[in-house]
Design a protein around this ligand. Structure first.
Ligand code: R2B
Ligand code: URA
Length: 319
């Protein structure tokens, strides 16, 4: 037996830089083991390709919108009902399709899925795997993925919308590292520049806030990982914190959050068109703590949702 595991090279459309061009067409899985399964249990969604008629349930899905909080993604689904002119029959409500699992929420409004992913890379990674497999079993085609989130901005007025053109880790590296079979694999986190620009164009029509494109730093921790002084532990000085934040800002980082690297890396690996669009809720060059009122935070968080809703309406020819 060889000392190193043999990894299958299933990439077919990489360019010289390792970039896989995102494309329309059927959702494919780069996993030869899945077709051999008797049943594929999507454990955290409480769905399976045998127990559920996934093509009937999800075959028409074209847009998958992820966001951290279950409540926010329920509100987004309700907002999309109006945006898509969908009718919910009297006495009925939208229901969480994966309610049996209690881990994530999953709502469907016409061709739009609204899915919560929790906080951080491990939580996002699980639901991303299972949603992608669900869309594959459902024979979906031409699907676009969005992450709608919150973030800490750098030198931006809180409430600014940032569209990510490159996701980097806490060392400014543009790939996600995953320990796999005792080795570190690096999955590049490329994003689709075209989609960024289309979303920015929609955002900039709104005069009340700015919509900018830039680099997003993704960290494994909210406190020390994001250079905060106000966690339960901190071993660095305010000067060192400011020097780090200024250094990354000079290198093009506009905001910091906790999922972009994984989202971009997994979407890239799946060759699906995707975008990350986050509002900033604090300027990290001025403060660690988030002190805006609940109402203000709600309004800021609706900004990425409204931009993506407009994009979806345009794609569907509603406006
Ligand atoms: C933004 O906000 C969360 C932390 O408060 C985290 O999920 C993220 O990326
Ligand atoms: N989310 C983060 O991860 N960091 C912030 O500063 C704000 C929201």
């Amino acid at each position: 037996m060889s000392e190193f595991p043999k990894f299958l090279d299933l990439d077919i459309e990489k360019d010289i830089s390792g970039r896989i061009t995102p494309r329309d067409g059927p959702i494919t899985l780069r996993n030869p083991h899945i077709p051999k399964l008797k049943e594929d249990v999507l454990y955290h969604l409480n769905l399976s390709d045998k127990a559920n008629d996934l093509p009937a349930m999800f075959g028409d899905v074209k847009f998958v919108c992820f966001g951290g909080s279950p409540k926010r993604m329920e509100k987004f689904a309700q907002f999309m009902v109006g945006q898509l002119n969908e009718k919910i029959p009297a006495g009925m409500t939208l229901s969480d399709i994966s309610h049996g699992s209690d881990r994530y929420v999953l709502y469907k409004v016409g061709p739009v899925l609204s899915v919560s992913h929790g906080m951080g890379i491990p939580s996002l990674s699980i639901v991303f795997h299972e949603v992608l497999k669900m869309l594959y079993h459902a024979d979906c085609k031409d699907v676009k993925f969005f992450r709608l989130g919150t973030s800490g901005g750098l030198g931006l007025e809180p409430g600014t919308v940032v569209i990510t053109d490159a996701a980097v880790d806490g060392l400014l590296r543009p790939y996600m590292e995953v320990a796999t079979l005792g080795m570190i694999l690096q999955h590049p986190a490329f994003l689709d520049r075209d989609l960024c620009e289309q979303l920015q164009e929609i955002g900039t029509k709104n005069q009340q806030y700015e919509t900018v494109i830039g680099k997003t730093m993704c960290t494994y921790d909210f406190y020390e990982g994001q250079a905060r002084l106000d966690g339960a532990f901190c071993d660095f000085t305010e000067e060192d914190k400011m020097a780090f934040l200024k250094r990354i800002h000079d290198r093009g980082v506009l905001n910091i959050e906790m999922e972009s690297l994984c989202f971009a890396a997994m979407a890239h690996r799946a060759a699906v068109k995707s975008a990350i669009i986050c509002c900033t809720i604090v300027d990290r060059l001025k403060s660690d703590q988030i002190t805006a009122s609940h109402e203000t935070l709600e309004e800021w968080q609706e900004r990425p949702q409204k931009i993506v809703a407009k994009f979806i309406r345009k794609q569907l020819g509603i406006e």
